[in-house]
Design a protein around this ligand. Structure first.
Ligand code: SAH
Ligand code: SF4
Ligand code: F3S
Length: 446
C-alpha cells in the first residue's frame, strides 16, 4: 500500500483525470494524501500547452532529486500531457523519475505501483492508440462534478499541442454519461461541468465513420437534452465549444433547456480573419459573431467568456486591433488571454516564425486585460439592488466568515451566512456592492 499525492497542472481535463486516477488507485488499496511531504509516491499530472507550463513543472520535479536523495523510498511519476509529449526522454533529463504515463494509459498506474514496489524503475506507458474504458470514478461529494464526455482533439489548430498529447477524438456513449451524472447527483452533486477539448464535436468522429454526419448533426445537443431530464440536477455547464460545429440545433438547444446555464465559454483566439486562417480555426470573425448573435437572439441574458492568443506569428498591430474590436463588440464577462508560445511539433512551429517580440506580446496582453476588467466592472454595476439566484457552495476561501456561491451566469456572490441554509441549496441574494470579480449582498429569506 502506498500513500500517494497527485499534483495537477493544466486544464480541467487534467483535474478530472487526477480525480479519476485517485479513485482507481484507492480501489487498489492505496491512499491519497493531501500533504506532499507525507506521500510515498508523488505524481505530477502535467500540461504542455505553453512553454511556461512545462518549465514550471520541470523545475519542480528537478528539485525533487534532492528530496529523493534524503528519502530514497520516495517514488516519482509524471503523467499527463507533458509525459505524453516528452515520453522516455524525461528519464534522461530527470533520472530520479520512476515512471511516465501518457494521457491514454492512466489505467496502467496501479500496475506500475506494484512494479516500483518490487524495485523496478523507469517504467513507461505512452501509447495513444489503445481502446481503454473511460475512468469514471469520482471522489467525495462535490457540488459540481466534472464529467469528461469525450477525449482528444481532431482540430489541429496550428499553434496547439493538445491533438499531439491527447490523440484523436473519442466520445463516450450518451447512456454512460447519463449514468455517471445520475450517480453524482444521487451523491449530492447539483451541477455538472461537461468537459471536452472540442465539445461541440461530441460524437462527430463516430458519426462520420458511420456516414451519418450532416451539418445539422449535434449529438452534443442530444446529450444536453438527456441530462436535462435528470431530477435533482440543477445546472449544466460545458467547456469548450468550437464555433466550427456550432449549428442551429446546438444554439437552439442550449438556449431552450432551462438547466443549461446561459454563460458560455466560446474561444475566439483572434478577431483577424487572416490570423484565424493561419491558426486553422475554421471560422471567420463574422461567423463567430453570428453564433454569439444567434445565442443572444434566443437568450438575451446570455453572457460570454473566451480564450485569446496575442502575438501569433505575423500578427500586425492592425490585426491585434481587430481582436480588440471583436472583444469590444461581444463584451465578454471573462477572458483568458495568452501570449503565443511556440510548441515544437505543431504546424505553426514548423512553418511560421515566432516574430512578435515578447514585449509587444505583453503589451497587447495588458491592453486586452485592462479593457476587459473595465468593461466587467462597469457591467457588474447593473446588478446593484437586484436579487439573483445563487447556488450556495459554502464558506468563502478568502473570508471564512462569508459564504459564497455562483449565479447561473457564473457570477461569484459573497454574503454573510444565514442559519438554516446549506450548501447545494439555491438562495436569493440581494446585491449591495460589486467589483470586477464579485457581487456582494445578503440572502433574502422568503
Ligand atoms: N480546446 C480548447 C482550448 C484548449 S487549450 C479550445 O480550442 O477552445 C486552452 C487555450 O490555450 C486555447 O484556447 C488557446 O487560447 C491557448 N493556447 C493553446 N495553445 C497555445 C499556444 N501555443 N500559445 C499560446 N496559447 C495557446
Ligand atoms: Fe487545441 Fe484547437 Fe483542439 Fe482547442 S480545438 S484543443 S485549441 S487544437
Ligand atoms: Fe494542458 Fe493538456 Fe489540458 S496540454 S491545457 S493539460 S489538454
Amino acid at each position: 500500500m502506498y500513500l500517494f499525492h497527485i499534483r495537477t497542472y493544466g486544464c480541467q481535463m487534467n483535474e478530472r483525470d487526477s480525480e479519476a486516477l485517485s479513485c482507481l488507485l484507492e480501489a487498489y488499496g492505496h491512499q491519497s494524501v493531501t500533504e506532499e511531504e507525507s506521500a510515498d509516491v508523488l505524481i505530477f499530472n502535467t500540461c504542455s500547452v505553453r512553454d511556461q507550463a512545462e518549465r514550471k513543472v520541470l523545475g519542480k520535479i528537478g528539485i525533487m532529486k534532492r528530496l529523493k536523495a534524503q528519502k530514497p523510498a520516495l517514488k516519482i511519476g509524471i503523467i499527463g500531457c507533458m509525459a505524453q509529449r516528452l515520453g522516455e526522454s524525461l528519464f534522461e533529463k530527470l533520472p530520479h523519475v520512476d515512471f511516465v504515463v501518457g494521457t491514454g494509459q492512466m489505467n496502467q498506474v496501479p500496475e506500475f505501483f506494484t512494479r516500483i514496489a518490487a524495485g523496478e524503475t523507469h517504467l513507461s506507458a505512452l501509447s495513444l492508440e489503445v481502446e481503454e474504458a473511460e475512468l469514471s470514478g469520482h471522489q467525495g461529494q462535490s457540488l459540481t462534478s466534472y464529467i469528461s464526455v469525450m477525449r482528444g482533439c481532431d482540430q489541429f489548430c496550428t499553434y496547439c499541442i493538445v491533438p499531439h498529447t491527447r490523440g484523436r477524438e473519442k466520445s463516450r456513449p450518451i447512456p454512460d454519461i447519463v449514468k455517471e451524472v445520475r450517480e453524482q447527483v444521487d451523491g449530492g452533486s447539483r451541477e455538472v461541468l461537461l468537459l471536452g477539448q472540442n465539445i461541440t464535436a461530441y460524437g462527430v468522429a463516430e458519426a462520420r465513420k458511420e456516414g451519418i454526419y450532416t451539418p445539422e448533426f449535434s449529438a452534443f445537443a442530444d446529450l444536453l437534452q438527456a441530462l436535462q431530464e435528470i431530477p435533482g440536477l440543477l445546472r449544466i455547464r460545458f467547456t469548450s465549444p468550437h464555433v466550427r460545429y456550432m449549428n442551429q440545433k446546438f444554439i437552439e438547444t442550449v438556449c431552450r433547456l432551462p438547466k443549461v446555464c446561459k454563460a458560455f465559454h466560446i474561444p475566439l483566439q483572434s478577431g483577424s480573419n487572416r490570423m484565424l486562417a493561419a491558426m486553422n480555426r475554421g471560422y471567420t470573425a463574422e461567423e463567430y459573431l453570428q453564433c454569439i448573435e444567434g445565442i443572444r437572439s434566443l437568450a438575451p441574458q446570455a453572457v460570454f467568456s473566451t480564450d485569446i492568443i496575442v502575438g501569433f506569428p505575423g500578427e500586425t498591430p492592425e490585426e491585434f486591433e481587430q481582436t480588440r474590436q471583436v472583444m469590444h463588440q461581444v463584451q465578454y464577462d471573462m477572458a483568458y488571454i495568452f501570449r503565443y508560445s511556440q510548441r515544437e511539433g505543431t504546424r505553426a512551429a514548423k512553418t511560421l516564425k515566432d516574430d512578435v517580440p515578447e514585449n509587444e506580446k505583453m503589451e497587447r496582453n495588458q491592453i486586452l486585460l485592462s479593457e476587459l476588467s473595465e468593461g466587467v466592472e462597469k457591467r457588474n454595476k447593473a446588478y446593484l439592488g437586484k436579487t439573483v439566484e445563487v447556488l450556495l457552495e459554502g464558506k468563502s476561501k478568502r473570508n471564512e466568515e462569508r459564504w459564497t456561491g455562483r449565479t447561473d451566469l457564473n457570477k461569484v456572490c459573497v454574503f454573510p451566512p444565514v442559519e438554516g441554509f446549506h450548501p447545494g441549496q439555491l438562495c436569493q441574494v440581494k446585491i449591495g456592492r460589486t467589483t470586477a470579480n464579485s457581487l456582494f449582498g445578503d440572502i433574502i429569506q422568503a
